[in-house]
Design a protein around this ligand. Structure first.
Ligand SMILES: Nc1ncnc2c1ncn2[C@@H]1O[C@H](COP(=O)(O)OP(=O)(O)OP(=O)(O)O)[C@@H](O)[C@H]1O
Ligand SMILES: [Mg+2]
Length: 184
């Protein structure tokens, strides 16, 4: 399966979701995580690859294709971190448009939903990063975007702290892993 994770606003949580999805998938099958943005070494807590870098072995079943690498993602499961897409015809937009499974990562934010509808790129599914204090719910978001919510990831201090400490790979927070298990 070739999954592309993308957003319409910076800082939505795409890199965290893509890394966690790849980590979960790698328990079952060889998985390649493709970094189109450059944050994944820091998210995974691994040294910054040289430039241009060949694929990096993370675990026996998880490989990172670093940002700027022209290596093919050669694995049964591929997860792409396409970051923020601002035009359908941009490179990132084309990856999202052609993915077997295209996942929009979005906060329950009206401005983000407005951008998503204006972009004209309908995902197969939505991953909501559910910040507290927002009025929009999963079914509102699904109705506006026109795709099902496949996972609701809680906005949790345990997740941001794990990311800041580079521990997402070593100790993936239970709240993140269990929320994404359903969207694997
Ligand atoms: N579920 C979550 N709970 C708490 N904090 C989160 C969660 N997801 C992401 N974050 C935090 O939000 C910030 C942005 O996350 P991330 O880098 O994954 O977003 P992004 O969409 O990849 O950003 P960019 O557009 O810059 O690529 C980071 O500080 C991260 O730790
Ligand atoms: Mg990112």
């Amino acid at each position: 399966v070739f999954t592309c994770c993308w957003s319409v606003k910076g800082g939505s949580g795409v890199s965290v979701v893509a890394a966690a999805l790849a980590l979960i998938a790698s328990r079952d099958a060889p998985t390649a995580l493709v970094d189109l943005c450059g944050d994944l070494p820091a998210v995974l807590g691994i040294p910054e690859p040289a430039d241009p870098a060949p694929p990096v072995t993370i675990t026996a079943t998880l490989t990172l294709v670093p940002h700027g690498s022209d290596a093919a993602a050669d694995a049964a499961t591929v997860v792409v971190d396409a970051g923020c897409v601002d035009h359908v015809d941009s490179r990132r937009g084309m990856v999202a448009a052609t993915a077997e499974r295209s996942l929009l990562v979005v906060r329950p934010c009206y401005l983000a939903l407005r951008r998503a509808t204006r972009l004209g790129l309908r995902p197969h599914g939505i991953v909501v990063v559910a910040e507290p204090g927002r009025a929009l719910r999963g079914d509102d978001i699904a109705a506006v975007v026109g795709a099902p919510v496949v996972a609701e990831v809680p906005f949790a201090a345990a997740i941001s702290r794990a990311v800041d400490a580079g521990l997402l790979l070593a100790r993936c927070p239970v709240a993140l892993a269990s929320a994404l298990e359903v969207a694997r």
